[in-house]
Design a protein around this ligand. Structure first.
Ligand code: ADP
Length: 195
């Protein structure tokens, strides 16, 4: 079972992907987490990505497409994977379609976690405060100015993927304003239906 979680920053994709990984043995592939790890490790990719991420813009397609292409070919992904934060524009979606064909894999479904933009600012503010108190650090892009840009980028570049996947008959939408548990149950029901 291979799926994509789509949704604005702060919609709860990461939270749901972690649960699916724990409960179903699907591998969570978060390009945001992988890029942050590259930044922390000071790799070439990390050096290239850091300033772009801090502004809330998209890092070059070639970088994220390369990361995902390497990753989905690894043995732990054979049982299935959850793409969280990828694809983020149409070029990435097309590159994903091509790499899946090339690797003999397929996408089973795309789940949009839909949220009201107004609450995203509260969520990101809470996430920053919680992270500061538990780890003493805050994601460099979890501030209001960058979030505003991340939302603009989502609307302009990522939201057009909704019709793209609707046309493939793969898109399902879930109300992400419900509790984490209810959202998780609805995602589980979708996966069971497709299985
Ligand atoms: P968000 O909470 O905004 O969904 P992510 O952790 O998914 O955050 O991503 C953080 C940043 O990493 C993005 O703003 C972007 O700069 C970069 N990034 C992550 N995934 C991609 C991608 N698929 N294409 C381009 N840039 C990406």
């Amino acid at each position: 079972m291979n799926l994509i979680l789509l949704g604005a920053p702060g919609a709860g994709k990461g939270t749901q992907a972690e649960r699916l990984q724990a409960e179903r043995g699907l591998v969570q592939l978060s390009t945001g987490d992988m890029l942050r790890a590259a930044v922390a490790a000071g790799t070439e990719t990390g050096l290239q990505a850091k300033q772009i991420m801090d502004r809330g813009d998209l890092v070059p397609d070639a970088i994220v497409v390369g990361i995902i292409s390497d990753r989905i070919g690894q043995p732990d992904c054979a049982r299935g994977f959850i793409l969280d934060g990828f694809p983020r524009n149409e070029a990435q979606a097309r590159a994903l379609d091509a790499m899946l064909v090339q690797k003999g894999k397929k996408l089973d479904l795309v789940i949009e976690v839909q949220v009201d933009e107004k609450i995203l600012f509260d969520r990101i503010r809470n996430r920053a405060a919680e992270s500061a108190s538990t780890t003493g650090t805050v994601r460099a892009d979890d501030n209001e100015e960058t979030l505003r840009n991340r939302l603009d980028v989502y609307r302009a570049q990522t939201a057009p993927l909704l019709p793209y996947y609707r046309a493939q008959g793969k898109l399902h939408t879930i109300d992400g304003m419900q509790t984490v548990d209810v959202v998780a149950k609805q995602i589980a029901a979708l996966l069971d239906k497709v299985k």
